[in-house]
Design a protein around this ligand. Sequence first.
Ligand code: HEM
Length: 333
Amino acid sequence: MAAISQQRVKICLVLLCLVSASAYSTSSSTTSSGTLSISLLNPLFYAIKCPQALDTIKKLVMNALANDPRMGASLLRLHFHDCFVQGCDASVLLADTGTFRGEQSALPNVNSLRGFEVVEKIKYALEHECPGVVSCADILAVAARDSVVALGGPGWPVSLGRRDSTTASFSGANTDLPSPFLNLDGLIAAFQKKLFTANEMVALSGAHTIGRARCLLFRSRIYNETDIDSTYANQMRTYCPKAGGDSNLSPIDITTKDVFDGAYYTNLINKKGLFHSDQQLFSGGSTATQVKSYSTFPSLFKFDFANAMLKMSNLSPLTGTQGQIRKVCSRVN
Ligand code: HEM
């Protein structure tokens, strides 16, 4: 009797998976540099093989944030830097070895990315609970969402079933991750390469409502640029001297540094964008109206951000028998 009802539960869950998979599936589109293929992923992927996976990830993310609120920003960025190179395949987590050069030593990542040990801790717990089931790529996608929610941002339904790469791309990380020195055209082009519209780029940039940045990446802005509030520039100069202190940190959103809100956009309107690239979104170009809307209606920003994150988290996943489920996220099995 018990076996029959267990079987019925399993069938129901499988049906639910199929229904939800079709609800989230869209037509796949491909270019030379990006594939959006979400039909093979679905939010209930682990419902049978590792039903507690999502709870475990959330619990360990919450623990990490309780010790260090910045960790939420770092986990969100890890997911972005994963997806924008080879797709969301955890390639960013592969550590360099004597014979392997991965993405971590690429310019946008080196001495910058954080959160690896949190991801590894989650992986360790999940390998204990359900060995060989939950991918590192899915851990990144869920941890990013849970981080945003924990800091006051929106949630989104993370589809699951990504598998982990056995490769990484040092050159891809150098070419495909946007630089903070880009102008608006360059930003639009960098996101277009991954099939994102300018609107989605503006929404995703709102991630800079949390987190910290190193002095060397905004020094030229606070000392040389003119479309910057002078009081703000002086304030930032206390964090970042003209010479030296390259690794000094400053909040990216000076007003509410660990809260996921719309303040980033209000800062841009007030000429208080930290990076050159941030301020480019409100410098008389085509994206200025959107920045104003997000500043006035933060809930609109959150809605668009959630949708754009959902799209980002579905960039070129490995599925089925592609790749592997790594046992340890920093190295291939
Ligand atoms: C629009 C183009 C973007 C550029 C040019 C850019 C650039 C940067 C730079 C230079 C930093 C500081 C790194 C350091 O100090 O070492 C940073 C931090 C950060 N970025 Fe972006 N980023 C962009 C888009 C995004 C997107 C799309 C997301 C996520 C969806 C994101 C999330 C973050 C977060 C959360 C931090 C803070 C990380 C921490 O405190 O550990 N960024 N970004």
